[in-house]
Design a protein around this ligand. Sequence first.
Ligand SMILES: Nc1nc2c(ncn2[C@@H]2O[C@H](COP(=O)(O)OP(=O)(O)OP(=O)(O)O)[C@@H](O)[C@H]2O)c(=O)[nH]1
Ligand SMILES: [Mg+2]
Length: 209
Amino acid sequence: MGLMSKLGFSHLFNRIFRKKVSRIGIYGPPNAGKTTLANRIVRDFTGDAMGPVSPVPHETRRVRRREGVQIESNGSKVKLDVVDTPGLATKIDFHDFMAFGMTEDEAKRRAKEATEGVIEAVKWLDDLDGVILVMDATEDPYTQVNVTVIGNMEARKLPLLIVANKIDLPTASPARIHSAFPQHPMVPISALAGQNMDMLYDKIADRFG
Ligand SMILES: Nc1nc2c(ncn2[C@@H]2O[C@H](COP(=O)(O)OP(=O)(O)OP(=O)(O)O)[C@@H](O)[C@H]2O)c(=O)[nH]1
Ligand SMILES: [Mg+2]
């Protein structure tokens, strides 16, 4: 990590000199669909994929980065480094993984890696130009993780875009997310089904371009 970012100046520097690439972190609780979204963004604009997806929480346990993804929307272009991060959680219990059929050893290893992943994800906040916070729209948005990420972004003055994911599911309520955090822009999508992706790319170009 460079001296500039250690001192917290890199974002300011990028704003003033309009650095061409924006490094955007995809954050959120486990299972919200961060990697599904990262895969779709990277696939739409490069044809590649980013990482494995799973219904078992804490599938992503290391930060993954894809550099130089050029997003085009409505004539505006923005170049992103897309950073997919491990799910943030306040409690990681290996018993939860055993319910998915893992042995105790496997579950304990996953819990340890998931904890290290949370720390790595938080460290990455120092080095970003913006954050996409992914929430599962079928769940209560007013959680410690979401409130903490949003408070952190506000303190750092980093641009934030909230994604209300899984709107293909009948119990999804993007309106509930909007009323919990009305001060931030929100885009309702299904990363799995590819619903509203154009709307998301417009907002990304608008917010991070
Ligand atoms: N119905 C529905 N399911 C989704 C959607 N997006 C992701 N999922 C499912 O949600 C589960 C978790 O998806 P991931 O992309 O692995 O979630 P993640 O946020 O990266 O999870 P971690 O890496 O564990 O933090 C998988 O079973 C996905 O298929 C969506 O838009 N709709
Ligand atoms: Mg993931």
